[in-house]
Design a protein. Structure first.
Length: 154
C-alpha cells in the first residue's frame, strides 16, 4: 500500500451522510494535494434485471442519466456551496451497483476511498447489503468510513 494519495474517491448519493463524507474527502484531498472524485452509482428503478426484461426507452434512460448527474451536483453544492478551494474535482457517474462501482473506481493503491456510514435500517441492509461493508471487504486501497454526526474539523 502506498503512502501517497493521488485521488480521493467519495461515494455520494445525496444523503446527509454522503455530504459529510464529501466534506471529509475534500479535506483529505487538500491535505494530500489529490484530486477529489465524487462518485455516484445508479441503477434503473426496479434494478438491472427488470430493465433487461423490459428495457426502458432511450429518452427515459437519458432522463435517469441526467438525474444521476444532478445528484452529484446537488451533493457537491450541499457540501461546499460552489466548489472546495484548492482542490481539483472530477465527478464520476456510472450505471452500476454502488459497492462494485466504488471498488472498481478506487482501484489504485494511491487512491483513498471515502464514504458515509449508511443511514439505512437493518431491513435495507438485509435486502441490499451494506455498501461500506462491501467496500471494506473488497477495496485494494485505504477506506475511510465517516460516521454519522462526524465533527467538522480542518
Amino acid at each position: 500500500m502506498s503512502e501517497t494519495v493521488e485521488r480521493v474517491v467519495v461515494g455520494v448519493n445525496g444523503s446527509e451522510a454522503s455530504v459529510e463524507a464529501l466534506r471529509q474527502g475534500a479535506r483529505e484531498a487538500a491535505r494530500h494535494g489529490a484530486v477529489l472524485c465524487p462518485t455516484y452509482a445508479w441503477a434503473p428503478p426496479g434494478g438491472e434485471a427488470a430493465d433487461a426484461r423490459y428495457p426502458a426507452p432511450a429518452d427515459v434512460c437519458a432522463y435517469w442519466e441526467r438525474e444521476a448527474d444532478r445528484v452529484v451536483a446537488d451533493t457537491c453544492r450541499k457540501a461546499f456551496g460552489t466548489a472546495p478551494r484548492g482542490v481539483q474535482v472530477r465527478p464520476w457517474v456510472v450505471r452500476a451497483s454502488a459497492g462494485r462501482a466504488l471498488v472498481a473506481h478506487a482501484h489504485h493503491d494511491t487512491d483513498l476511498l471515502v464514504m458515509g456510514e449508511g443511514g439505512h435500517g437493518a431491513l435495507h441492509r438485509f435486502l441490499h447489503g451494506s455498501v461500506s461493508r462491501y467496500c471494506l471487504r473488497h477495496a485494494h486501497c485505504p477506506v475511510l468510513v465517516v460516521p454519522p454526526g462526524h465533527p467538522r474539523t480542518g
